[in-house]
Design a protein around this ligand. Structure first.
Ligand SMILES: Cc1ncc(COP(=O)(O)O)c(C=O)c1O
Length: 304
């Protein structure tokens, strides 16, 4: 196999995600044969540094020995089992560890980041419905991104992805993200948030946020005070807070779960996660009653 051959065969039969395929008439695809550590390598031995961690999911590097070994062992023992009515040791062990790390009570697994957002939105709606409230609107931040499925797209704010599908989307309104990392901008954004909640909280099911950094929104960052304040306001107005993304960085080969609770002692047990150890994203939802504290996450297997 050579690079050119794979490129041509690809373009004959494939469409790639978040891609205008016309661009590839001029911009060549990059065929990859193998990956190790930070490197990817093509069929002619050219190396590339995977600086985007294969879209932010390869946080421990390619062909990580420890993870590969665990995945192989798992495949030889039990490759898959239906999770309704059945259980297995890996899922229970991973969930116990996630609950301990996040201080939340339950874990619910979805297949990817967008699905995790869908689950969180549905859970939030369902929770209010069970309490006799019909809350059909979701609130999100300007400049946010939460995925490509219809619900996740609805709560995002990147018009390039969203505009075409606007007639299909579920009800969503937006409140301004803090315009920069200053405390003053966080305070201003909290003022707008409270104004919105004062007027519309009876119809708003949840506020969904990417904590501290909006990745697809040009790595836009904001002050932690906004999260702390948003937590307080959502509690006050009986609106859930969905913190969508949480495994934010790596420390000495360990993923550190970004703990919103640490920002303020009063806010323990707030958290949710994403970008799990093996692969992709997760998000989760925190509601008022304790049975409802829940991490929703996606991971391909549970090799820890
Ligand atoms: C903040 C955030 N939420 C959700 C998603 C969607 O995740 P997935 O691509 O696994 O559906 C992404 C994807 O990058 C993301 O950055």
């Amino acid at each position: 196999m050579i690079n050119e051959e794979l490129k041509n065969r690809d373009l004959d039969v494939l469409w790639h995600p978040c891609t205008q395929m016309k661009d590839h008439e001029k911009l060549p695809l990059t065929p990859i044969k193998k990956g190790y550590g930070v490197y990817l390598e093509d069929f002619e031995g050219n190396k590339y540094i995977d600086a985007i961690s294969s879209w932010w999911v390869n946080i421990f590097g390619h062909s990580n020995d420890y993870i590969n070994e665990a995945v192989k062992n798992q495949l030889d023992t039990l490759e898959h089992v239906i999770f309704a009515g059945f259980t297995h040791e890996g899922a229970v062990r991973l969930s116990e560890r996630l609950c301990k790390l996040t201080k939340l009570d339950k874990v619910f697994y979805a297949d990817n980041g967008s699905s995790a957002v869908e689950v969180a939105l549905k859970m939030s709606y369902h929770y209010h419905k069970n309490r006799g409230k019909e809350k059909t609107i979701f609130l999100s931040l300007t400049n946010s991104y939460h995925g490509e499925t219809i619900g996740a797209l609805s709560v995002g704010d990147v018009s390039l992805y969203k505009e075409t599908y606007s007639p299909l989307l579920i009800a969503n309104i937006q409140t301004p993200v803090p315009k920069d990392q200053s405390l003053q901008s966080a305070t201003e954004a909290l003022r707008s948030l409270e104004e919105m909640l004062k007027q519309k909280a009876s119809t708003i099911s949840a506020l969904i946020v990417e904590p501290l950094i909006q990745g697809a929104g040009y790595m836009h960052m904001y002050h932690p005070e906004f999260l702390r304040g948003a937590r307080e306001l959502t509690l006050k107005y009986d609106v859930h807070l969905i913190v969508a993304d949480g495994l934010e960085h790596e420390e000495k080969n360990r993923v550190k779960i970004y703990d919103v609770g640490k920002l303020d002692g009063r806010l323990n047990r707030i958290f949710k996660t994403t970008k799990n150890i093996t692969l992709s994203s997760s998000s989760s939802i925190r509601a008022r009653s304790s049975f409802f504290n829940c991490v929703i996450c996606f991971c391909v297997s549970s090799p820890i």
